[in-house]
Every structure is written in structure tokens, then in C-alpha cells.
Design a protein around this ligand. Structure first.
Ligand code: T3D
Length: 259
């Protein structure tokens, strides 16, 4: 597929998907949503990729749905949600590699919630997060009502979603909505440090960790313990488990292959 609304690159086992519609703050139209899904599929399949970055070009991460497309009457809202956002969220959660949201600027509406679906969310100090939906008479989608209360608690999630407040990256870090905020001049370097570290880690174990976390809030303790046992057995049959233990005993750095 040719990409006209995103940039896609692979370097040192790290794939980067960049929303690239900066004049409209990287808001999502039909084609862009398809391109993002296609790129996520590539990241999942390509064994050479061991970490994925999602970010935006220009001053925004993403302002969510392109509202001009939304009111054009071309598509039903439910079709947009079904076609654009739900598959993106599922693909991120099922992707067998860690996904980092590098929130370089404002993240609003579905843009904010796509970031929150990622495994690790970091933000530039100038970034802002806005559950912008209530300001235009919509409800939060793209998994917002699933992830946000789990990240920051029901009360704060409910207030942010109803009031549509803009919160800073610093506040987002404080509330546990995101992992870390970095100063603008350090952001790219810190992002690459995290991505490079992840790309050298036991990818399979990271994926199994993600699977455990995906079901953590839906299981009771006994079922989750059983699921951990099942996933741990799988992890222990990997090349990287063998290598990790050998390296520890031999007092050297492990050379993980991701298998
Ligand atoms: O079909 C459905 O709608 C269902 C799906 C819903 C999913 C959703 O994501 S709903 C939520 C949609 N997003 C929003 O409501 C956010 C709208 N944008 C804003 O509130 C503001 O732009 C921001 C707070 C994000 C940033 O403000 P600011 O002052 O930094 O920038 P700006 O001047 O508002 O925007 C710059 C340009 O981007 C401007 O274009 P112009 O006037 O220079 O030609 C603006 O119109 C455009 N832009 C920003 N967001 C969108 C957009 N164009 C289309 N769609 C957008 N979402």
C-alpha cells in the first residue's frame, strides 16, 4: 500500500509510524486510518521489527477524527468508528511487539485514546491531552472509556471526559495516565533510548506480558494466576529465556533474538 497520510520507516529493528497530516493537526481521515492499520499489520508480521513508535509530524500528535470528513455525510459515524478506530486499538493491543506512543504535541479525541492504548506512553513537555468528545456532543471512543478509568480511576476519568479539560503532559504523568514526560530538547533522545532498549529485549516475553496485561482487568485473581502460569510456560520455552539465564550464570550481557 502506498502511504500518503503517514510516514513509515524501519531502522535498527524499530518501526516508526508518523501521522502526517500536520495542517489539520494529524486528524484522521478514511485513508489515513487504513494506512495506519496497514502499517500496524506490517509491524506485527515483520520479524525484523522488535519495537514500534507511533508519533505525529509537526506540532500535534493527533487531533482525532477529521471533523470535516465527519460532517461531510459521506460516512455514518458508526462506520467511521468501526473502520477507523476500533481496528487500530485492537491491532495495537494485539501487536506482538511493544508499542510506544511518543506524544509530541496535542493529543485530542481519538488521538488521545490511540496514545493511551499503547504499551508505553511518553510525552513532550508541551503535549496536551484532551478528551475532546463532549465539546462536540460525542462520547469518548477508541477505547477511552476502557483505558482511562483503569489508568487514573473512575472519578478523574469521568471529570476529564465530561468537562473536556485540556491537561498538560506533566499532569498526565502525575495522574498515571502516561509513563513519563520529557523536556522538549531531550524528547527524541529519550524516545530512542526507550525504543532501542525494547528492541534488544526478549520480544516474545514482552508480547506474553502484554497478553497477561490485556486480560488482567477482566479476570479474577485465580483465573489470572492460571493464565500467568500458562504464559510463563510459553515464555520458558523461548530461546531468549535460555539465553537470559545462561548469560546471568556466565556473568555476561544476554544476546536476545526476540524468539
Ligand atoms: O465521526 C465521528 O466524529 C466519530 C469519531 C470520533 C472520534 C474523535 O476523535 S471525535 C473528536 C474530534 N477532535 C476534536 O474535536 C478536536 C478538534 N480540535 C481542537 O479542539 C483543536 O484543534 C485542538 C485543541 C486540538 C488544538 O487547538 P489549536 O488552537 O492548537 O489548533 P487549531 O487552530 O484549532 O487547529 C489548527 C488547524 O487544524 C485548524 O485548521 P485551519 O483553521 O488552520 O485551516 C483546525 O481547523 C485544524 N484541525 C484541528 N483539529 C481538527 C482540524 N481539522 C479537522 N478535524 C480536526 N479534528
Amino acid at each position: 500500500m502506498e502511504y500518503n497520510h503517514i510516514l513509515f520507516s524501519i531502522e535498527n529493528k524499530i518501526a516508526k509510524i508518523t501521522f502526517n497530516n500536520p495542517d489539520k493537526l494529524n486528524s484522521f481521515n478514511f485513508e489515513m486510518a487504513e494506512e495506519v492499520q496497514n502499517a500496524l499489520d506490517k509491524c506485527n508480521i515483520d520479524e525484523n521489527i522488535r519495537a514500534v513508535i507511533i508519533t505525529g509530524s509537526g506540532k500535534a500528535f493527533s487531533a482525532g477524527q477529521d471533523l470535516k470528513e465527519a460532517i461531510s455525510g459521506k460516512y455514518q459515524v458508526e462506520h467511521i468508528v468501526d473502520h477507523h478506530y476500533n481496528p487500530i486499538i485492537i491491532k495495537i493491543r494485539q501487536l506482538a511487539k511493544p508499542v510506544i506512543a511518543a506524544v509530541n504535541g496535542v493529543a485530542a479525541g481519538a488521538g488521545a485514546n490511540i496514545a493511551l492504548a499503547c504499551d508505553i506512553v511518553i510525552a513532550n513537555e508541551n503535549a496536551k491531552f484532551i478528551q475532546a468528545f463532549s465539546s462536540i456532543g460525542l462520547i469518548p471512543d477508541s477505547g477511552g472509556t476502557y483505558f482511562l478509568p483503569r489508568l487514573i480511576g473512575m472519578q478523574k476519568a469521568s471529570a476529564l471526559m465530561m468537562l473536556g479539560d485540556k491537561i498538560t503532559a506533566e499532569e498526565a504523568e502525575k495522574t498515571g495516565m502516561i509513563y513519563k514526560v520529557f523536556p522538549e530538547n531531550e524528547f527524541d533522545e529519550q524516545l530512542m533510548n526507550i525504543a532501542s532498549k525494547l528492541a534488544k529485549m526478549p520480544t516474545r516475553a514482552l508480547y506474553l506480558t502484554k497478553q497477561a496485561l490485556n486480560s488482567s482487568f477482566n479476570n479474577d485473581l485465580r483465573i489470572q494466576l492460571d493464565y500467568e502460569k500458562y504464559l510463563q510456560q510459553k515464555a520458558s520455552s523461548s530461546h531468549d529465556y535460555n539465553e537470559g539465564v545462561k548469560a546471568f550464570i556466565e556473568k555476561r550481557k544476554p544476546d536476545f533474538t526476540g524468539k
